[in-house]
Design a protein around this ligand. Structure first.
Ligand code: PEP
Length: 244
């Protein structure tokens, strides 16, 4: 399966910056990439970015959604709203939401159901904290996140993002990445049956162009979820090119 390189712009970018970034990506990808390419801008500029990228090789997604399609949920954005704005994907259960907003596995699972019902492909993030890794619990924590966060029949993407590697410039060792991806694959087949065997598993956590080719060549790595480096067109394109 083709690798997926997904950019998470987080809470960055006013309209002009976001459109400039989108146009730079489109211009840099005039030749079709050898992988799937996705950017997830803030909800405020999602429609504008989707319009700017329409018909090209870069797909667009949201960064979170509410489990309900509409209602009295001040400040939230629903999955059908993301779809209506031009998204085809949505990141769910990012550690910045699990830890910053207390999102549980059960809530992430509800959101994943809502995303699929709205026609979005969910990217469900999992990953251990540094404390959990140091205490030898990384695989148990991640397996429980997979088991609790994915609805039956899940047909999306899983992103393994060790919390301590996000935005820190530290990346997990190649051995740890391979071991965790193997653990995730085995949990996916246990939770989802045969369907779990073919799902893409991304790595995320301080992925930069240097080192991306080696990372993406590791067994079991189906792409990358990229934060900081996705805000710089040349860096993100460098990672896309490293994927083939
Ligand atoms: C992320 O937030 O999903 C992420 C991987 O960020 P960074 O690449 O900046 O570590």
């Amino acid at each position: 399966m083709r690798q997926l390189i997904a950019g998470n712009w987080k809470m960055n970018g006013l309209r002009a910056d976001s459109l400039a970034l989108a146009r730079a990506l489109a211009a840099g990808l005039e030749q079709p990439a050898g992988c799937d390419v996705l950017v997830c801008p803030p909800a405020t500029v999602l429609a504008a970015v989707a319009d700017a990228l329409a018909g090209g090789g870069v797909m667009v997604g949201g960064q979170d959604c509410h489990p309900e399609p509409s209602g009295a949920c001040t400040g939230d954005v629903s999955a059908p709203m993301l779809r209506d704005a031009g998204a085809g994907w949505v990141i769910l259960g990012h550690s910045e939401r699990r830890l910053g907003y207390g999102e549980s596995n059960a809530l992430v699972q509800e959101k994943a159901r809502a995303a699929v019902a709205a026609g979005l492909t969910p990217i469900v993030c999992v990953g251990e904290t540094e404390q959990q890794r140091l205490s030898g619990n990384a695989e148990t924590v991640v397996a429980a996140q997979i088991d609790g966060s994915l609805p039956p029949g899940f047909a999306g993407v899983v992103a393994y993002e060790p919390v301590w590697a996000i935005g820190t410039g530290r990346t997990a060792s190649e051995d740890d990445i391979v071991a965790m991806h193997r653990c995730i694959r085995s949990q996916l087949t246990e939770t989802l049956g045969e369907a779990g065997a073919g799902l893409r598993i991304l790595y995320g956590g301080s992925v930069k162009p240097a080192g991306a080719a080696a990372l993406l060549a590791l067994p079991g790595v189906g792409g990358a979820l990229v934060g900081g480096a996705s805000l710089v067109a040349a860096d993100f394109l460098g990672i896309v090119r490293a994927a083939g």
